[in-house]
Design a protein around this ligand. Structure first.
Ligand SMILES: *[C@@H]1O[C@H](CO)[C@@H](O)[C@H](O)[C@H]1NC(C)=O
Ligand SMILES: *[C@@H]1O[C@H](CO)[C@@H](O)[C@H](O)[C@H]1NC(C)=O
Ligand SMILES: *[C@@H]1O[C@H](CO)[C@@H](O)[C@H](O)[C@H]1NC(C)=O
Ligand SMILES: *[C@@H]1O[C@H](CO)[C@@H](O)[C@H](O)[C@H]1NC(C)=O
Ligand SMILES: *[C@@H]1O[C@H](CO)[C@@H](O)[C@H](O)[C@H]1NC(C)=O
Length: 440
C-alpha cells in the first residue's frame, strides 16, 4: 500500500472517530437520575431474622417498604425502584449453577418479589459482584456473568447494583464490568446497570470515564456514605475536587453516583439533611434513599418528597452541576436547568456561630449575569419563598445556617432595556468583577 493511500485512510479514520458521538449506554433507562430505595446504609447485612425479624434482610422488608412507598406518597413523588443490596443470596448456587435467594429469608424467591413490586407499579433492584465473592462474602459473579444476567432477567429484575469486591486482579475490573453490561444487554430485558467500577479502580489509576459511561447507567466514584455530616462533606469535597473529570460525562443514560440519601436516619441535623438533598439534586445524583420508610419523621419525609427539589433532580436538560465558588466559609454550587434556568446552592460550611448572610452579587457570582436584564428568583430551601424579579443591581441576600444550604432557582425574564445611567453602572460592575478573583 502506498504512503499516500495510508495517510488517506488515516484521515478517514481520524475524521470518522472525530464525528462518531460518544454514546452513553443505550438501554433506554436512567434518562433522568434514578429514584428509589436501597437497603444498605440503614439495614446493612442484618440477617438475624430470629432476633430482629422487623429489620433483617428478608422478602418481608422489601414488601413492607413497597407497601409504604405506595401508601405514603413516595411512589407518587417519583421513587420507583426498591433495591436489594448485599446478603440476599444463599451461600451456594443451585444444581444448575444459578444464584438463589436464601430460602429461609426469601421463601417466595426473587421472581415472586419482582412480581409483587410490578403489581404495585414499582420496580425491583438486585445486587451482585464482579469478583469471586460479594463484599459480605456471598457468591460473586466472576465466571458466571451470562448465567447471572439471564437469571436476573428471568426473575423480572429491573436494576442490578454490581459491586467490585474480590476481583483477583484489579486490571480485570474494566473487562468484568463491560462483560456484565454485554451479558445484561444479551438477555433482551432492559436492566438498569449500577456500577462501582471507578470506586475500585481509583485505588490504582484514574478510570476511563468514557468507557464507564458507555457501560453503566450510574457509577459510584467514592467511599460508601455513612449516616454523618463528615461523610456527606467528604463526598462533596471529593466530587468538587474531581469535577472537571466527572461532571462532563454525566447526562441522560449515565450519572455519577455519590451514594445513598441518609435523610430520615440518626446522624444528620435538619440543616444537614437539607444540604444533602440540595446537593444531591445539584449533582444530578440518583436519589436512592436508605432509611426506614415505615417509621420516618414528617420533616424528613417532606424534604425527600419536596416536588420543587425533585423537579430540579429530574430536569430534562440532564446536566450535572458543579462547585463554582468558595468564599468566606461558603460554597456556591450551580446546576444549569432547562429553559435557561439555573439552580444555585449556597452552603454555609462554617461549623460555628449562627446563620450568616451571603450576598448574591455579580462580584461573587459571575453567573448572576443571567440576571441581565432581569431574573425571577425563587428560594426552594430552607423554605419556599418567591423572591420576585431582580436585576444585576439588586441587593439580594440569603441567610444560611451553619452546615445548612440555601437553594434558589433563577429564571431569566425579559425586561426593559437599561437606561443610560443603568448601563453605565453595569459596565462599572463588570470592571469591578474582573478585579476580584474568587472564582475557582
Ligand atoms: C442492547 O444494545 C443495543 C445497542 O446499544 C441497544 O440498541 C439495545 O436497546 C440494547 N438492549 C437492551 C435490552 O438493553
Ligand atoms: C470478558 O469477556 C472476554 C470475551 O469473552 C473474555 O475473554 C474475558 O476473559 C472476560 N473477562 C472477564 C473478567 O470476565
Ligand atoms: C477510554 O475508553 C474509550 C471507549 O472505550 C476508548 O475509545 C479510549 O481509547 C479509552 N481511553 C484510554 C486513555 O484508554
Ligand atoms: C462548571 O460548569 C460550567 C458548565 O456548566 C463550566 O462552564 C464551568 O467552568 C464549571 N466551573 C468549574 C469551576 O469547574
Ligand atoms: C416567578 O416564579 C414564580 C415561581 O415559579 C412564579 O409564580 C411567578 O409567576 C414568576 N414571576 C415572573 C414575573 O415570572
Amino acid at each position: 500500500m502506498s504512503g499516500s493511500m495510508l495517510s488517506a485512510i488515516h484521515v478517514i479514520l481520524g475524521v470518522s472517530a472525530f464525528i462518531l458521538p460518544v454514546r452513553p449506554l443505550d438501554n433506554g433507562l436512567a434518562l433522568t437520575p434514578t429514584m428509589g430505595w436501597l437497603h444498605w446504609e440503614r439495614f446493612m447485612c442484618n440477617i438475624d431474622c430470629d432476633t430482629d425479624p422487623h429489620n433483617c434482610i428478608s422478602e418481608k422488608l422489601y414488601m413492607e417498604m413497597a407497601d409504604v412507598m405506595v401508601k405514603d406518597g413516595w411512589k407518587e413523588a417519583g421513587y420507583e425502584y426498591v433495591c436489594i443490596d448485599d446478603c440476599w443470596p444463599s451461600m451456594a448456587r443451585d444444581s444448575q449453577g444459578r444464584l438463589q435467594a436464601d430460602p429461609k429469608r426469601f421463601p417466595g424467591g426473587i421472581k415472586k418479589l419482582a412480581d409483587y413490586m410490578h403489581s404495585k407499579g414499582l420496580k425491583l433492584g438486585i445486587y451482585a459482584d464482579v469478583g469471586t465473592n460479594t463484599c459480605a462474602g456471598y457468591p460473586g459473579s466472576l465466571g458466571h456473568y451470562d448465567i447471572d444476567a439471564k437469571t436476573f432477567a428471568e426473575w423480572g429484575v429491573d436494576l442490578l447494583k454490581f459491586d467490585g469486591c474480590y476481583m483477583p486482579k484489579w486490571t480485570l475490573l474494566a473487562e468484568g464490568y463491560i462483560n456484565m453490561s454485554r451479558a445484561l444487554n444479551n438477555t433482551g430485558r432492559s436492566i438498569l446497570y449500577s456500577c462501582e467500577w471507578p470506586l475500585y479502580e481509583w485505588q490504582f489509576q484514574q478510570p476511563n470515564y468514557t468507557a464507564i459511561q458507555q457501560t453503566c447507567n450510574h457509577w459510584r466514584n467514592y467511599a460508601d456514605v455513612f449516616d454523618s455530616w463528615n461523610s456527606v462533606t467528604g463526598i462533596l469535597d471529593w466530587t468538587a475536587d474531581h469535577q472537571s473529570l466527572i461532571v462532563p460525562v454525566a447526562g441522560p443514560g449515565g450519572w455519577n453516583d455519590p451514594d445513598m440519601l441518609v435523610i430520615g436516619n440518626f446522624g444528620l441535623s435538619r440543616d444537614q439533611q437539607q444540604t444533602q438533598m440540595a446537593l444531591w439534586v445539584i449533582m444530578a445524583a440518583p436519589l436512592l434513599m436508605s432509611n426506614d420508610l415505615r417509621d420516618i419523621d414528617p420533616t424528613s419525609q417532606d424534604l425527600l418528597q419536596n416536588r420543587h427539589l425533585i423537579s430540579i433532580s429530574q430536569d430534562p436538560l440532564g446536566k450535572q452541576g458543579n462547585r463554582t465558588a468558595k468564599v468566606n466559609g461558603f460554597e456556591v454550587w450551580q446546576r444549569p436547568l432547562s429553559g435557561g434556568r439555573l439552580a444555585l446552592a449556597v452552603i454555609n460550611r462554617q461549623e460555628i456561630g449562627g446563620p450568616r448572610s451571603f450576598p448574591l452579587t455579580l462580584a461573587l457570582l459571575p453567573s448572576w449575569r443571567c440576571c441581565n436584564l432581569q431574573c425571577n428568583v425563587t428560594q426552594i430551601l430552607p423554605q419556599y419563598q418567591e423572591m420576585g424579579v431582580h436585576s444585576l443591581f439588586s441587593k439580594l441576600q440569603v441567610l444560611v445556617n451553619p452546615t445548612g444550604t440555601a437553594l434558589l432557582v433563577v429564571s431569566p425574564v425579559k425586561g426593559k432595556p437599561y437606561t443610560r445611567p443603568q448601563a453605565k453602572k453595569w459596565f462599572y460592575y463588570l470592571k469591578k468583577d474582573k478585579s476580584q478573583s474568587i472564582l475557582l
